[in-house]
Design a protein around this ligand. Structure first.
Ligand code: C2E
Ligand code: CA
Length: 455
């Protein structure tokens, strides 16, 4: 009887798949810590670990494989934590389908940051099962007792909020320590979500256009279409803020349809009015329009047929357009990106890798992906006049790009000094406030198309 009770008790505390503790057991341990059952009030923390895009494994390989991978991931986490902490100083639990929690008898921010980074590093190693190799990344949210929550429930919630904050961050942060500021960010995001649901594309949004110039000749080589949202009460809301929210609420396909239609119609009208810029009419000054593409669209089977449909119904040619996709977006996209890029390229679009230098920055994959242009991120340009390291990086990017017949364009160029350095480093083209801010279509036309532009 005692034995049976013991087994039942173990079962109620254990996750049957991995043999680790379960969520209830983790919460119980936290409660014990808070109540000072060990003799004195404890200080501890909880790490909420989420496996990014784990769903893909189940979708493609089935749940049996998914289970084996979860067991293997649990082992990697356990090995990494146990390398730094004694057995009685932590408890590892599976707290959800693809989520793990670590209760740690430590609440010093530095130690938590170090452990989180070790875990992120450890997970970069592939997980091998049968003849498959899986690559995962993880996102970690950390909450400390007592400052981030005084009950187990509050702590679990704070760790979850921190994890989601890291996931939504634009800066590829993979770990976040809970802060009360995250709450105001959530309130703001909910507010933007509400405004987006009530927005009318055709009246509330418009596209601005920012010119791009050849560094060598000073000629206009194209423009980037950038969405603008003016809200009566809020004023301008930055796309850097609302595009990620639109992605999160599934609004990107509809919004993109509006963006493609508006941009393509505008380009068609401009090229028929100013044929000297029309590449298909053997123009003396061919230009292209850059359109930002959210990587989420790559997951949709409708994307290519819809793009073809837009070109047909609006009577535009793919060769007039350059599709910009961020470096991280390209690498994180679910389906075979290589395949998608090749198809777009075969259709006649060119492809730019946006914000290059902020993500993985591996130039080698670009050749395989039929990419045409590398857009060097503003972050690398900001201090290029004084920062010799940034100069070296940009020089390496331009040199390697040349070797692979890729074009380079620098973004966010604001001063003549930056322009001069970029010209010296061999960057092909420039976009930035120094030569022109994004502006409405009629203004763009008057400033850059109606006259031959030169530096
Ligand atoms: P991005 O694609 O990297 O666009 C460049 C951003 O840098 C634009 O901000 C542009 O206005 C700004 N910029 C250009 N030159 C300078 C400069 O010299 N100095 C400074 N400080 N900024 C400069 P914007 O328009 O606010 O767009 C932000 C981001 O929102 C874009 O970054 C892009 O990721 C996204 N976005 C904008 N329009 C669209 C769109 O139509 N579709 C999608 N999917 N995303 C968009
Ligand atoms: Ca862009």
């Amino acid at each position: 009887m005692v034995e049976a009770n013991h087994i039942l008790e173990m079962k109620s505390k254990t996750d049957s798949l991995t043999g680790l503790a379960n969520r209830e057991s983790l919460v119980l341990q936290m409660r014990n810590g808070i109540n000072g059952i060990s003799g004195s009030a404890e200080q501890f923390s909880i790490l909420h670990i989420d496996i990014d895009r784990f769903k893909v494994v189940n979708d493609i390989h089935g749940h049996d494989m998914g289970d084996q991978v979860l067991i293997a991931i649990g082992k990697v986490i356990d090995e990494t934590v146990s390398a730094d902490y004694a057995e009685h100083d932590y408890i590892l639990a599976r707290i959800g389908g693809d989520e793990f929690g670590v209760l740690l008898r430590v609440n010093c921010s530095d130690a938590l940051q170090i452990l989180s980074e070790r875990l992120i590093e450890a997970m970069k190693q592939p997980i091998s099962i049968a003849h498959f190799r899986f690559y995962f990344s993880i996102t970690i949210g950390v909450a400390r007792y007592p400052q981030d929550g005084e009950t187990p429930e509050a702590l679990v919630k704070s760790a979850d909020i921190a994890m989601n904050h890291a996931k939504n961050s634009h800066y590829m942060a993979k770990v976040a320590l809970y802060s009360d500021d995250f709450i105001s960010a959530i309130i703001r995001r909910n507010h933007i979500e509400h405004l987006l649901f009530n927005a009318q594309f055709s009246t509330d949004f418009m596209l601005y256009y920012q010119p791009q110039f050849s560094t060598e000749t000073g000629a206009l080589i194209g423009m980037e279409a950038l969405i603008r949202w003016y809200h009566i009460e809020e004023g301008f809301i930055s796309p850097a803020e609302f595009i990620p929210t639109a992605e999160a609420i599934g609004m990107i396909p509809d919004l993109s349809t509006w963006i493609f239609e508006t941009a393509m119609r505008q380009m068609r009208d401009w090229l028929s009015k100013y044929p000297k810029f029309n590449a298909s009419a053997e123009a003396s000054k061919p230009i292209r329009m850059g359109i930002n593409v959210s990587a989420l669209l790559f997951d949709s089977v409708d994307f290519l047929p819809q793009l073809e449909q837009h070109c047909k119904s609006l009577q535009v040619l793919p060769m007039w357009f350059d599709l910009e996709i961020t470096e991280t977006g390209a690498l994180n996209a679910n389906i075979h990106v290589e395949n998608m890029f090749n198809k777009l390229s075969q259709m006649g679009f060119t492809i730019s890798i946006d914000d290059f230098g902020t993500g993985y920055s591996a130039l080698s994959y670009l050749k395989r992906f039929s990419v045409h242009t590398v857009k060097i991120a503003k972050e690398l340009i900001d201090n290029i006049e004084v920062d010799s390291q940034d100069q070296l990086i940009v020089q390496a990017i331009t040199m390697m790009s040349k070797g692979m017949s890729l074009k380079t364009i620098a973004e966010g160029v604001e001063t003549v000094g930056q322009f001069d350095v970029l010209k010296r480093l061999g960057c092909d083209a420039i976009q930035g406030y120094y030569l022109g801010k994004p502006c409405a279509a009629d203004q763009f036309e008057a400033l850059y198309l109606n006259q031959s532009s030169a530096l």
